[in-house]
Design a protein around this ligand. Structure first.
Ligand SMILES: Nc1ncnc2c1ncn2[C@@H]1O[C@H](COP(=O)(O)OP(=O)(O)O)[C@@H](O)[C@H]1O
Ligand SMILES: [Mg+2]
Length: 255
């Protein structure tokens, strides 16, 4: 059975795409077959972290939703992008595929204006899981509440709710948690990102856990090296010994 894990946040820029991409990389290191679907149709971007040039997209999620192709035809094998000077893939490594969303302005506006059949998206999740024999299907989402987000939350085995230590994020997280509880998501984990390294992470984690009565899967530090990298690669593969990478590995084991 494929485990479906959605990464979501109420507000934008919390680090969803970076966390999803790095989690996928660590699952591959653990021998898992993984696919990521970029359901951030309005502002796709996770392909950038895998160094994937949009010119190389044969089909995108948009094409699938318009009935132009099968879902598995949109998947690009990006496993080779995990290899860095600091990290080699073990012999039993898995594979990671990416289903990108279109970055063409006309295609983005068309799908936003005309909408699409949400059931097709649901069928796509099921079909790609079967046809690529996935252990994990990771869904990277657009912030806030919209139709594809609600669908992805409803069908997830695990929801990672990303928040920064920020009062706007705190309120929004309560709203999303409320929705996730109503939809009976089996595993809910809060992921705190961009925590100032000077903070007491244990205290922060304990406080957030008791406020939301929800487990905290990881507290990830604000890291200048990630800012410097600027989504130009997979941080955990470039800096495997960094505390950020250790926390991502621990999160990969929890999901
Ligand atoms: N822990 C972190 N420390 C510093 N910068 C980060 C961290 N996590 C993410 N970022 C940066 O924040 C920005 C938004 O990250 P991204 O993963 O695209 O978020 P989202 O998908 O939620 O919009 C990117 O520029 C990324 O490099
Ligand atoms: Mg994103």
């Amino acid at each position: 059975m494929t485990r479906i894990v959605s990464t979501h946040s109420y507000r934008g820029g919390t680090g969803k795409s970076n966390i999803t991409a790095n989690l996928a990389a660590n699952l591959v290191m653990m021998g898992k077959r993984v696919a990521i679907i970029d359901t951030d149709i309005q502002s796709p971007g996770i392909h950038v972290l895998f160094g994937l040039d949009p010119q190389r997209f044969r089909f995108t999620l948009n094409d699938y939703l318009w009935g132009h192709c099968q879902i598995e035809e949109t998947a690009v094998d990006v496993t080779s992008s995990l290899v860095t000077e600091a990290t080699r893939l073990p012999q039993n490594a898995g594979r990671v595929f990416l289903v990108p969303s279109s970055v063409k302005a006309g295609e983005i506006t068309r799908i936003l204006k005309d909408g699409y059949d949400v059931n097709a998206l649901n069928d796509g999740f099921r079909d790609i899981s079967e046809r690529l024999q996935l252990d994990y299907l990771l869904i990277d989402t657009h912030p806030g509440m919209n139709e594809e987000t609600l669908l992805s939350i409803a069908i997830s085995d695990c929801l990672l709710l990303v928040l920064r230590p920020d009062h706007q994020d705190y309120q929004g997280t309560a709203v999303t948690l409320d929705v996730a509880r109503r939809l009976d998501v089996p595993q809910l984990l809060l992921v705190v990102n961009k925590a100032l390294p000077a903070f007491d992470f244990q205290e922060l984690s304990g406080r957030i856990m008791s406020t939301y009565r929800t487990p905290v899967g990881a507290v990830l530090p604000l890291t200048l090296d990630i800012v410097r990298l600027g989504s130009g690669g997979l941080f955990t593969m470039l800096y495997p010994d960094h505390p950020f990478s250790a926390s991502i590995r621990s999160l990969a084991e929890q999901i």
